[in-house]
Design a protein around this ligand. Sequence first.
Ligand code: UGA
Length: 441
Amino acid sequence: MTHVDVAVIGTGYVGTTTSIAFAAWDHKVIAIDSDREKISKLNRSVLPFYEEGLEKRLEQYRGSGNLSFTDDLKQGIARCDVLFIAVGTPSSPDGSADLSYVEMVARQIGQMMDRYKVVVTKSTVPVGTGDKIKAIITDELKKRNLSFSVDIVSNPEFLREGRALYDALHPERVVIGCETETAKKVMATLYERAQAPILYTTIRDAEMIKYAANAFLATKISFVNELARLCEKTGTNIMKVTEGMGMDSRIGPQFLRAGIGYGGSCFPKDTTALLNLAREQKIVLPILQAASDVNQTQVTWFMKRIQRTMGSFSGKRITLLGLTFKPETDDTREAPSLKIIEQLLQNKAVVNAYDPQGMEHVKKIYPQVVYKLTPYEALKGADAIILATEWREILDLDWSKVKGLVTQPYLFDGRNALDPSAMRDLGYCYVGIGIGERGDY
Ligand code: UGA
């Protein structure tokens, strides 16, 4: 198999994982970042974020010579024919994707490139960004009186945090938006070892596919969360309802788990960006708008349910179990736990918290919360427990021991992750999401 020399610009979560996957497939990868501290960490095989299994691979492929890290963009551009842009696209205040990092990298590529290049966007970018990147690069080349050709490709990522390495190495599909045979050939070589179906599209279609996939998954979650509200009122159980729905292969069982809403760096940001794109095109997307609205209000809906059960939060000691937006990550961006903390503090509760990975991040935002090193310490003397993230470690607690530690037996499961009848047998007053108020599941 021929190897490709690839530069990956941006060593965040996506850039680093993508670099490791390409290195695993025996390509020669230079990962580049302007953040020297990050590069120095990566050069010592230390990951700047938590992701199971990734650090070991980082060491392995650095050792094999397939993967190196640098802050020297010029060197990376000179050595490689394929340049991946994997920098962040955060939300602008108006909700649109902030493309300033992507545009800056495109400008630098135009200023530094010395021959034909394939420039691939891995970052999640709105439709039309490929055209913008091309225009920026061509413009910079013109300023230098050069006219090398450049092929733009859109190759979105579908990595799930916590499973990023697996997803990168075993993608269910690879989407490649490209418009020349040369670029198509290079990309086919790059993904030869992925053993995944490749869908070739236009650049714009590929850009849209990424947003559409995330928006659809977010909508699936909000649909069941909305239904959960009705289940609660009608004495039905959303867990059973979604089980029955998911057995229909046209619906499928995934992303039907009701809870306190989706968080993370992708779903909230990408749905907002897609809604913004629609607004720019003077199109309304009422379904996606509703999905976003349901998600915005899901925590408040659950907190009201909690208050109905235990009364006012004022002066109560409440223990929050789980802070990250989902298990197996240290990412707390847009995590529902943050909204829970906010509402508890506003209502004068005393908040204790435990999370296996996310406490450092949340400490910076909410220093008023008492963070404990073990879940048992966090649970001592609690008037209520709120489970916000279904970490295995939390689900596997000795719940009978916990019962002896707490002052009151209120257990609010924001992820429907515990067994309601087992918890009730232990004497807890268990409340899940969308599990009928009058039901005795
Ligand atoms: C998501 C997509 O799943 C990836 O395919 C995509 O590549 C990524 O965004 C991205 O755009 O980069 P991720 O944000 O890591 O991945 O997290 P998910 O596993 O999709 O979960 C998102 C949120 O939805 C979490 O807060 C999770 O708790 C929640 N969720 C998920 C539910 O509430 N119910 C479910 O049934 C599934």
